[in-house]
Write a protein that binds this ligand. Structure first.
Ligand code: FDA
Length: 310
């Protein structure tokens, strides 16, 4: 995306997507649902596991994301916890599959309280730890960064298999990385939320430069890193940096989203690079879809032109 697109297009689409009429249009129309099908594995765990199996056959690792965020009641947070326990049970039943899970803390009750979130997260971590399954915490919008890092710090001691996502567009991330638990796994992304201009870099080239700097620092500080991007220039930079470090590929993997740059996914996996694909599934796909729409003007125009044709 051009600089203008980052500063203007993405916030405009994310604002538009916040309107109830747009939500209705996207969730209740055929074009909306068919676009969602491109980015979401399905509404059920079974469909997500089928995708994980297909990826495995293509020498690609998997990570399940049960969709949902900002739950509005304790019962919904418990439902999300149970959905993750069910996902872990499926992963346990497929021991040859390398399949991580990724959670959103507002799905587990963070808006209500840190304690409610920890109470729901703990059994998920217990079960994942017992099987050695990796659990990653997604990073949501900037008001959640402090509490997300606080949860990470509290659970990390007993659950070394937990990691966190950090966003390169946030100016604060360059400080946050120095306070991380030593060696913790970090998924590095550009960032996908609607944010006020003072907390994020406005120009794409600044986000990309921050990504490269953060990656280099995380690598030098001994972290395991998931280079989660579809940007060929960043991927090339990661490749060069990791090649220069002894055993570097034991600590770094590429990650991409289901339905995005399948060509690049096939190429990297074919070349033998470690690649994991993030597999979102579930019925609460609308907020996830809006972020994918906002990343690429072509997605929005595909959606709108199909709506016009109905
Ligand atoms: P960029 O947006 O520059 O895209 C590079 C190229 O990739 C584009 O030119 C296009 O070809 C392709 N592309 C990217 N997005 C596309 C789309 N939607 N449709 C079609 N093509 C597309 N963010 C966050 O804030 N918190 C999180 O927890 C996560 N978690 C996460 C996990 C994983 C595994 C990935 C890959 C990404 C995330 N993200 C995320 C999303 C991330 O912040 C970012 O919005 C997207 O990855 C898009 O940015 P790129 O780095 O791919 O670059």
């Amino acid at each position: 995306m051009s600089e203008l697109s980052v500063a203007v297009f993405r916030p405009a689409v994310l604002r538009l997507a916040g309107h109830p009429w747009f939500r209705r249009l996207a969730t209740q129309s055929r074009p909306g649902r068919s676009l969602a099908r491109r980015f979401v594995a399905g509404e059920t765990l079974e469909e997500a596991m089928a995708v994980a199996g297909e990826l495995d056959r293509a020498r690609t690792l998997a990570m399940l994301d049960h969709l949902g965020e900002n739950v509005t009641s304790p019962a919904l947070a418990v439902e999300a916890r149970d959905a993750y326990l069910a996902a872990l049970a499926e992963v346990r039943a497929a021991p040859t599959l390398d399949c991580a899970i990724s959670v959103k803390l507002t799905q587990l009750g963070l808006d209500a309280s840190l304690q409610e979130c920890l109470t729901n997260l703990e059994p998920v971590l217990e079960m994942a730890s017992a099987d050695g399954t990796q659990v990653m915490i997604d990073m949501e919008s900037h008001p959640y960064v402090d509490s997300t890092l606080e949860v990470l710090a509290r659970v990390r001691e007993h659950h070394p298999n937990i990691g966190v996502c950090l966003q390169a567009y946030l100016r604060r991330t360059e400080r946050d990385i120095f306070d991380l638990p030593p060696g913790v796994r970090v998924r590095l992304v550009k960032g996908a939320y609607l944010e006020p201009p003072d907390v994020v870099y406005q120009r794409m080239e600044d986000v990309d430069a921050a990504y490269a700097r953060l990656f280099t620092t995380l690598l030098a500080r001994g972290h395991k890193i998931d280079a989660a991007t579809h940007d060929p220039r960043l991927i090339e930079g990661v490749r060069r940096r990791v090649d220069a470090v002894e055993e570097g590929w034991g600590r770094v993997e590429f990650q991409m989203l289901y339905g995005v740059r399948r060509d690049l996914q096939a190429k990297l996996a074919g070349q033998g690079y470690p690649l994991r694909v993030y597999i979102p599934y579930g019925t609460e796909w609308y907020p996830y879809l809006t972020r994918r729409l906002a990343e690429r003007p072509a997605n929005l125009s595909f959606f709108l032109s199909n709506i016009v044709r109905i």
